[in-house]
Design a protein around this ligand. Structure first.
Ligand code: SF4
Length: 409
């Protein structure tokens, strides 16, 4: 077993399985929001969330991590690091001091029992308004329907889900309650959480007693819904982070996040900014998923957000997510010449920004620089074209109307 102080420098050690309990829709489980699903654990393997937290499966994963052994479900982090990127693993480890690591793992060394989770990452079900191309059936009931109906249940290896395409959280409020009192952060993700009755049940529970005043609350929304009553609850937490999913500016966003309409999304985005701009405890974030479709267009979205910050005298965090799955939407698969062109174009944009904005975009800059470190993948590119063509003909759209440069590959 490595020394505590060496653990954070390890190649595989990650603090998240010691601090974060993550569920997945339908009572399934993941080590964290970046990990692949652990199919060995299902709702029937544990009686409640406390039982899951100290299950044999999690104990064995923690033991492996204490020996700095790799975990198969963490391959997204390892491949990102292999390309020279900063993974969620590295970021999470950097946030903890050696002292905190020592106290977190003490229980495990003594009795195999972890301290109660500090972060609760709860999926509330896959009910959603949208059918984004790169999304998964387990995350949107409408994507599930599309994969079944458009692709005859095989969108290049992605299959639909059962239960009438609709998945619940698989978690109930009674098993969540005892964990809420000791957690420092609760993340709620869907589908679209605002559509889901379980989200409202959790929020109401948090409004009782003083739970909301002692916890940081994170919620992700697709911006299809504006609900003032909901927002009034969000401001009652010690801290709230509202993460809004937008992938591009204008019609390209409507194409990627089908069938949303840009006028509707931008109107709701402005409503959130206007409502929360004076609330110091609420942090607003935009989380664009960087994928082939927006590779040459992300600067338009950034400019738009910068303008909104001035208009509403507020600041918005830019949390870029770098798509890894399905891999045929990842920019890494593109021909080298295209990736070089994308990097040069981004550099030109970056170089004319002021240093404060540049600093906010340094992670994105690193991503563009890392593109050429991976070879193009002809087979994946072929899949990308096939899947895009099938979606286009079904939706009566033409990708070249939104992303003209794709006509060159
Ligand atoms: S290594 Fe990555 S995927 Fe695995 S638990 Fe840590 S952050 Fe999550």
């Amino acid at each position: 077993m490595a020394n505590d102080s060496d653990l954070l420098k390890g190649k595989h050690f990650c603090i998240r399985p010691f601090t974060q309990l993550s569920t997945f829709n339908d009572g399934r489980f993941r080590l964290c929001c970046s990990a692949l699903e652990d199919e060995r654990i299902s709702r029937t393997s544990f009686t409640d969330l406390k039982d899951l937290w100290n299950s044999n499966q999690l104990i064995s994963i923690r033991e492996k991590l204490l020996n700095d052994e790799p975990i198969p479900e963490c391959k997204n982090c390892y491949s990102q690091e292999g390309r020279g990127g900063i993974s969620d693993r590295i970021q999470s480890n950097q946030e903890l001091s050696d002292y905190e690591v020592e106290s977190l793992i003490r229980g495990i060394k003594n009795e195999n029992l972890a301290e109660p989770p500090v972060v609760l990452d709860i999926r509330v079900g896959n009910l959603c308004h949208l059918r984004c191309q790169s999304c998964y059936p387990s995350l949107s009931n409408l994507v599930s329907k599309d994969v079944k109906e458009i692709f005859n249940n095989d969108r290049k290896g992605v299959v639909s889900v059962d239960n009438g395409h609709r998945l619940g959280s698989g978690v109930n409020i009674d098993e969540l309650k005892p964990l809420l009192s000791t957690a420092q952060k609760l993340k709620v993700i869907g589908g679209e959480p605002m559509l889901n009755s379980f989200t409202h049940e959790v929020l109401d529970q948090m409004m009782t007693g003083e739970i909301s005043q002692n916890i940081e609350f994170h919620i992700h929304t697709n911006l299809m819904k504006w609900d003032q009553n909901f927002c009034e609850k969000l401001e009652r937490f010690a801290k709230t982070r509202l993460c809004m999913s937008v992938d591009a500016f204008g019609d390209l966003n409507s194409y990627i996040r089908y069938p949303s309409q840009w006028n509707h999304i931008s109107k709701n985005l402005e409503a959130y900014l206007s409502f929360f701009n004076t609330k110091k405890n609420v942090n607003l974030a935009i989380s664009p998923v960087i994928q082939i479709f927006n590779l040459f267009h992300i600067h338009q979205l950034i400019d738009y957000i910068l303008e909104l910050e001035i208009k509403y005298s507020t600041s918005v965090s830019l949390d870029f997510i770098y798509l890894t799955d399905p891999s045929y939407y990842s920019p890494y698969i593109l021909p080298l010449a295209i990736k070089e062109e994308a990097r040069e174009e981004f550099d030109r944009y970056y170089n004319q920004l002021n240093s404060d904005v540049q600093q906010r975009l340094n992670g994105l800059k690193e991503f563009y620089e890392s593109l050429s470190r991976q070879k193009e993948n002809v087979a994946e590119l072929k899949k990308f074209k096939e899947v895009t063509n099938i979606y286009d003909s079904h939706r009566e759209l033409r990708v070249l109307d939104f992303v003209p440069w794709l006509g060159t590959i």
